[in-house]
Write a protein that binds this ligand. Structure first.
Ligand code: FAD
Ligand code: EPU
Length: 344
């Protein structure tokens, strides 16, 4: 039997930041873990007949999702415990990520200020181990709860169970589609230690005239927000899903070859013998920055961000992305992998 509050034919255009016009034949707001677990146990929901949706800021719909769209709307942020150094904060999957960041800032709790303004929900944050400005979710992650869509049981995952990596977790791979994450618990610091060495944070703080001995969690957040606003398009104005591809990690020899031709090419150490090369740089060097093809294009300030000029289909965005991928592969011999979840 289907859940009673299922809605029919819901337009998803405003529920994905690419602004792709697709619709959900069936759509269910999930407001609690027990409710979801009940639907699984009664046989109306299983991994085969649902698509899980958070804030829609990391998906590209090529078609309307089949089955029931489960919109994870579980709310609530609360402190569950503390010790001398840390406070443990639990947030429902449907809490907007940046609202959680603001909750931390208002209590001067450190750890997620560098992750300010990342769009999307708390429930999706562990999916790709969100990261920005030298910090990744796993650094503050304590545990999450998720409903197993095969059994209806709620399981708890600690960090070691999640197989976190750069833009990856077990939920994006082996357990893809099996678990609906219902809450996350983070370990935030009462004695914040700031991570301001990455990118332009220090420079921006200097411009803001903030002396290092007076630095607060809010200052670092403000600096990160200023940098992000200067580079990234606001999805409310221009459809996009942030970085379309991951930054490729290549053997050092490959990077050394790039350096021979472009001595200024950026690269970051990525473990013994490997270098992470910014995909945005590779894409720009192939001449794609600010280019437009019909309704798809790359952002003029950040070539790694593919944008919807309005009215693009998911397929149009995808085909444009694949042209970029093949041009980077031909020019540099490097294969780019999408970061965005492609929904076929
Ligand atoms: P959605 O897009 O709704 O879903 C993403 C995937 O997770 C889908 O496969 C979906 O099925 C699954 N999913 C969603 N919720 C759940 C759940 N509760 N349980 C199980 N599965 C679930 N990301 C970064 O890491 N760093 C950045 O700096 C960054 N900057 C961005 C900037 C812009 C302008 C935009 C538009 C995106 C950016 N992103 C960034 C990507 C995006 O914000 C994150 O991936 C975010 O965590 C996605 O959250 P969401 O709720 O929108 O997920
Ligand atoms: N660059 C170019 N041309 C471009 C874009 C970038 O030359 O068009 C160069 C920059 O000059 C810089 C380097 O590439 O030297 C890195 O650029 P940037 O600092 O903008 O970061 P990024 O590597 O493109 C990554 C994440 C972002 C995250 C930022 C900040 C990935 C795939 N992307 O972008 O995450 O916000 O770092 O930490 O790792 C996202 O995941 O959606 C996302 C936006």
């Amino acid at each position: 039997m289907e859940p009673p509050d299922i809605k029919q034919n819901i337009d998803l255009k405003r529920l994905n930041t690419f602004g792709i016009s697709v619709s959900a034949d069936k759509y269910l707001d999930v407001n609690g873990a027990d409710e979801l677990s009940g639907y699984v146990k009664s046989g109306s929901i299983s991994p085969e007949n649902v698509f899980i949706l958070g804030g829609g800021s990391n998906v590209l719909f090529l078609n309307s999702p089949s089955g029931i769209v489960l919109k994870m709307d579980i709310q609530g942020i609360r402190q569950i415990s503390e010790n001398a150094d840390s406070v443990f904060i639990k947030a429902g999957a449907g809490v907007v990520w940046h609202d959680l960041v603001n909750y931390a800032i208002s209590r001067n709790l450190g750890g997620i200020e560098n992750l300010s303004l990342i769009p999307g929900s708390c429930g999706a944050a562990p999916m790709q181990n969100i990261g920005a400005y030298g910090v990744e979710l796993e650094q503050v992650f304590e545990e999450l709860e998720a409903v197993n869509l095969n059994t209806g049981k709620t399981d708890t995952f600690r960090s070691e169970d999640c197989d976190f990596g750069y833009r990856q977790s077990v939920f994006k791979h082996e357990l893809k589609g099996i678990y609906a994450i219902t809450s996350i618990t983070l370990r935030l610091s009462k004695k914040p230690e700031f991570n301001i060495s990455y990118g332009a944070i220090q420079e921006t703080l200097d411009e803001m005239d903030i002396p290092e001995n007076k630095l607060s969690v809010k200052d670092v957040s403000d600096a990160v927000i200023a940098i992000r606003r200067s580079k990234l398009p606001d999805p409310k104005e221009t459809g996009n899903a942030g970085s379309f591809f991951k930054n490729p990690v290549v053997p050092d020899e490959v990077y050394q070859n790039i350096l021979k031709e472009f001595p200024e090419a950026p690269g970051y150490p990525a473990g013994e013998g490997f270098t992470k090369v910014p995909a945005g740089w590779l894409i720009e060097k192939c001449g794609w920055k600010g280019k437009r093809s019909q309704n798809a294009g790359t952002w003029h300030k950040q070539a790694l961000v593919i944008i919807n000029y309005g009215g693009a289909t998911g397929r149009e965005i995808y085909d444009f992305a694949m042209e970029i991928k093949s041009s980077v592969s031909q020019r540099f011999g490097i294969s780019l992998t999408p970061e965005v979840n492609i929904i076929e």
